[in-house]
Design a protein. Structure first.
Length: 501
C-alpha cells in the first residue's frame, strides 16, 4: 500500500532572529488523515515552525508547499484562507461573545447589512453536533469549561475549510475526561482526512493518538519516526540529546558519611503554579539535579523555592527550621539565589551596565537607603568580571551587548556577590556554546567545593550527570524518582524519565 500523499511539506526551512538560529534547514511532512506529533524541549523551534506555517513570521530560507504548490502566507488570515488553522493552548477566541458568534466571527450570515442571528445559531448548533457537542450556542463562550472552548476553536478551524489543523498544547489545561473528549474529536477529524500537527509535552498522549513523531532540537530536525516503532527511551534520548562533548564526565560525589551541614529539606512541596509534590534534601557542598521533560515541574520547583509562587502544601526547612518563603525578598533574606530559565526576560536588565546588573541584588538586600558607593560597585564588578571570565570591553558596557554565555556569567556574578547559601540554576547553559557550557559546569563544581549548595534544573542529561550528587526526576509537578551517587548515569536518568512519562 502506498503512503498517503503529503498535504503539507516544509523543505529546508530556516529562520534566524538576532543572536539565534531558531530553525536550521528543517524538513517536515504531513499527510491527509494523519496526526503528526511535533516534539522538543523549550527552544527546540516548535513555536517558530508553527508561526511560519500560520504566517506570523516569513521564512528566511527553504519553502513551504501545500498540496505540492509553494505558499508563503503573509499573515494568519491568509494562512487560514489557505486552509491552515491553529488552535492554541490559550484559546484565541472572544470569551464575551456567544459560542455561535465565535464560530462564525467574520463570516456571519447577513441580510440587508445585519447579522441573521437565528440562522447563525442554527448553523452553529448543527456544526457542533458533528463534534458530539450539544450546547446552548447563545451563551457566552467564557461561560464554558476550557475543554469546550478548545473544541469550539477546533470546530471553527475545521469549518473554515482547514486542510491542516495545528493543535499547540491543546491539553495542557484539561483533565482526563476532557482530554478523552478532545481526542474523540481528533479521531473523527483524522477519519475525515484532516491533517493534524500535534504539539504536546505529554508522551502518553503522543503515543495514544499520533501516527508519526518528529523531534526538533536547537532549531534542527533530529528525525521522524512511526510512533508505533519508536520506544519511549529512544524518544526521550532524541528530545534531550547530547551536547556537552567538551565537558569531562567526572563528578564530585560525596563519600558516605561525608555530608556537611544540612541546608535544605523539602517535604511534599506544592504550589499554585502546578507544582504538586516534591521532596528532597540538599547539604552544603552538594549539587541536586532536577530532570524531566518539558512541563515536568523543574521550573515550577525552582520558582517556588525562590518565593515566585504561593506555597499551597508541604514544608521547606532551612537549617532544620521550617520556613515560609512567601516572596523573593524572603528568599533573599535566607540567602537563596535564583538564576532563571529565561535570562533575557527575567534575568538581565538589558540597557543597564554590567556593573549595575552585578550589584543590583546586593543593593536590594541592603536596602536603597544604604546605597553601595560607586567605588565599591566598581570593585565588585571588576572582581566578578575577572573571576568568572566575563568577556567585555569594560564594566560599563550594557549587559545586552554581551553573548549569551557572558550574560549568564553576569547573572551568576550578581548572586555570588550576595554570598548565598543556596544557588538555584534553571537551565544555566541553555543557548550558549560548548566552550561556555564547559566554563559554567566548571564554575558549578568550584562553588560546590567551597560549600555552596546548588540546585541545577536542566534538560541536558549529560550536564546533570556532570555536576549532580543526586538527581530528582519530576513528572507533571511530582517528584517520581531520586537517583543518587554512582547510580547517577545517563542511562539511569533516561530510564527514569521514560518510565515516569
Amino acid at each position: 500500500m502506498s503512503a498517503p500523499a503529503a498535504v503539507l511539506e516544509l523543505r529546508g526551512v530556516s529562520k534566524r532572529f538576532p543572536g539565534a538560529q531558531a530553525l536550521d534547514r528543517v524538513d517536515f511532512e504531513l499527510a491527509a488523515g494523519e496526526v503528526h506529533a511535533l516534539l522538543g524541549e523549550n527552544g527546540a523551534g516548535k513555536s517558530t515552525l508553527i508561526k511560519l506555517l500560520t504566517g506570523v513570521y516569513p521564512a528566511d530560507g527553504g519553502e513551504i508547499l501545500l498540496d505540492g504548490r509553494p505558499i508563503r502566507p503573509s499573515g494568519p488570515a491568509e494562512a487560514l484562507a489557505l486552509g491552515i488553522s491553529p488552535v492554541y493552548q490559550e484559546v484565541n477566541l472572544l470569551a464575551n461573545l456567544s459560542v455561535a458568534h465565535n464560530l462564525y466571527l467574520g463570516r456571519e450570515p447577513r441580510r440587508f447589512g445585519g447579522i441573521r442571528w437565528r440562522q447563525l445559531n442554527t448553523d452553529a448548533t448543527r456544526l457542533l453536533a458533528r463534534f458530539g457537542l450539544d450546547l446552548d450556542v447563545r451563551r457566552s463562550l467564557g461561560s464554558f469549561p476550557i475543554a469546550v472552548q478548545q473544541l469550539v476553536a477546533i470546530a471553527r478551524g475545521v469549518d473554515c475549510s482547514a486542510r491542516v489543523l495545528v493543535l499547540d498544547e491543546p491539553t495542557a489545561s484539561l483533565d482526563a475526561a476532557e482530554v478523552k473528549m478532545l481526542f474523540g474529536v481528533v479521531a473523527e477529524l483524522r477519519r475525515s482526512g484532516t491533517a493534524i500537527v500535534f504539539v504536546t509535552h505529554f508522551l502518553d498522549q503522543v503515543y495514544a493518538i499520533s501516527d508519526r513523531i518528529t523531534v526538533l532540537r536547537n532549531g534542527a530536525r533530529v528525525g521522524t519516526w512511526d510512533a508505533a516503532a519508536l520506544a519511549r527511551p529512544a524518544l526521550v534520548a532524541a528530545m534531550l540529546g547530547r551536547e556537552l562533548e567538551a565537558v569531562e564526565q567526572a563528578r564530585s560525589v560525596h563519600a558516605a558519611g561525608s555530608r556537611q551541614l544540612p541546608v535544605l529539606r523539602v517535604s511534599d512541596l506544592a504550589a499554585d503554579n502546578g507544582l504538586a509534590s516534591a521532596s528532597f534534601a540538599i547539604d552544603a557542598g552538594e549539587t541536586l539535579g532536577l530532570a524531566g521533560l518539558l512541563g515536568a515541574g523543574r521550573t515550577e520547583l525552582c520558582e517556588t523555592l525562590f518565593g515566585l509562587a504561593r506555597q499551597t502544601g508541604g514544608a521547606i526547612a532551612f537549617r532544620d527550621r521550617e520556613q515560609r518563603v512567601a516572596s523573593p525578598a524572603a528568599a533573599m533574606r535566607l540567602r537563596f539565589a535564583l538564576c532563571p530559565e529565561d535570562r533575557k526576560a527575567s534575568g538581565i536588565i538589558g540597557p543597564l551596565s554590567i556593573r549595575e546588573n552585578i550589584v543590583i541584588a546586593l543593593q536590594v538586600r541592603r536596602g536603597w537607603w544604604r546605597r553601595l558607593p560607586e567605588s565599591e560597585q566598581a570593585r565588585l564588578a571588576g572582581e566578578a568580571i575577572r573571576r568568572l571570565g566575563i568577556v567585555c570591553p569594560d564594566a560599563e558596557t550594557p549587559v545586552e551587548a554581551l553573548s549569551g554565555g557572558n550574560q549568564q556569567r553576569a547573572i551568576l556574578a550578581r548572586w555570588l556577590c550576595t554570598e548565598p547559601c543556596l544557588l538555584v540554576l534553571d537551565e544555566p547553559t541553555r543557548g550558549i556554546d560548548v566552550g561556555a557550557h564547559a566554563a559554567i559546569i566548571a564554575l558549578i563544581r568550584e562553588l560546590c567545593s567551597r560549600g555552596l549548595a546548588v540546585i541545577v534544573a536542566s534538560s541536558e542529561i549529560e550536564e546533570l550527570v556532570a555536576v549532580s550528587d543526586r538527581v530528582l526526576v519530576l513528572r507533571e509537578g511530582r517528584g517520581i524518582a531520586t537517583i543518587e551517587g554512582p547510580a547517577v548515569t545517563e542511562p539511569a536518568i533516561f530510564r527514569a524519565i521514560a518510565e515516569a512519562s
